[in-house]
Design a protein. Structure first.
Length: 357
């Protein structure tokens, strides 16, 4: 891929399509397996040689052709990847979902985002539940086509079909924040930090989470706190028929943040303050009856956090998502060290949670 496009994909965390599988002649298939192993080691040029040799032995080895196209894409040899994909499509009218991801990636690498989006959409007609295709389409919509609303929709579908996919959660949280929808961005980022609590991206996500949580609240004097609520939030408060309208919850979150400085709460630790604010937020979301609200966040994420709170896992969540700062935050480090069984129980509950389809 080009350096420019690669940078965009790395920012959102694009993953390549999965390897295909198929029954072929023994010698040819052994070469394909060697090629896959070399690909996984990052030895793309050597993998190409194996796939080409496999095709010399058996020109109808569809797996070798699929893998060769994907390897061309990884090598930024996208013209060759596109040409091979076109040949594959002529000979195989029903390729797998991963083929459409490879084909679209290669077109994106050639700076042909409209054609890439069309390929992803064609793939989704055949494989509507494929999270990778939704994700790839969302990346193209966000980075090349200037379609943030459509990109949000694609990323939401990717999360729907892959609830634990950190790249999709990260991209969705960034897009929602850019659109100014604070509560959905905050809940999505909270879920991301639960899925991926450590690493450089987790540290960046945690910093963004903290900023969102404290947004609109400023201590302006010894005993004075100023709350700033955006005109957009005020305009949408109580308005029905707007998907993912969290204006009322947004106002509550700001007021809850101002309570950090009250006599009752000023001596609490940062995580105790976080638990208090999440408790207040999730409680009001529960009271607003998620089942009667419109939008992906209301229907998909809110029920998860409501149930999490009912199960008593809110403290475990608040500490677990801060694992990336535990080494420099004794409060977090000590709690996690003393509650390993609780955190494990929480993670097991989350892994078994039945997400809506």
């Amino acid at each position: 891929m080009s350096n420019h496009y690669t940078g965009l994909l790395l920012a959102l965390g694009l993953s390549f399509s999965v390897h295909s599988a198929g029954a072929q002649t023994t010698g040819s298939q052994e070469l394909v397996q060697q090629g896959v192993a070399l690909f996984d080691q990052g030895k793309y040029d050597e993998a190409v040689l194996r796939y080409k040799e496999a095709l010399k032995q058996n020109g109808s080895n569809s797996t070798a052709r699929y893998e060769l196209a994907m390897t061309y894409n990884a090598l930024d040899r996208n013209e060759e990847a596109v040409e091979l994909c076109r040949q594959i499509l002529k000979e195989d009218p029903k390729p797998g979902a991963s083929f459409y991801s490879t084909y679209g990636n290669a077109l994106d690498g050639l700076k042909k985002p409209k054609e890439a989006a069309k390929v992803y959409q064609e793939g989704l007609k055949r494989y509507p539940n494929d999270g990778a295709l939704h994700f790839n389409l969302g990346v193209t919509q966000a980075t090349a086509l200037g379609q943030p609303a459509e990109a949000i929709g694609s990323m939401q579908q990717s999360v729907r079909y892959r609830p634990g996919h950190a790249n999709s959660l990260n991209a969705l949280s960034l897009l929602l924040q850019q659109e100014g929808n604070r509560v959905p961005a905050l809940l999505t980022r909270l879920r991301l930090l639960q899925v991926e609590p450590t690493g450089a991206r987790a540290e960046a996500a945690l910093a963004r989470f903290d900023a969102l949580l404290g947004q609109g609240v400023e201590k302006t004097g010894a005993k004075a706190v100023t709350i700033n609520i955006s005109p957009e939030t005020l305009k949408n408060t109580g308005k029905k028929g707007r998907p993912d309208n969290f204006s009322a919850a947004d106002m509550l979150l700001s007021m809850s943040g101002a309570m950090d400085y009250s006599e009752e709460n000023k001596d609490k630790t940062p995580t105790e303050q976080l638990i208090r604010k999440l408790d207040a937020l999730i409680s009001v979301l529960d009271e607003l009856h998620p089942a009667q609200q419109e939008g992906f966040t209301w229907q998909y994420l809110v029920p998860y956090f409501v149930e999490l709170k009912k199960q008593g896992y809110l403290p475990a969540l608040a500490y677990a998502v801060q694992e990336s700062r535990a080494a420099r935050t004794p409060e977090v480090h000590n709690w996690l060290a003393n509650h390993t069984a609780t955190v494990e129980e929480f993670r097991s509950w989350s892994a078994a949670y039945a997400w809506p389809k």
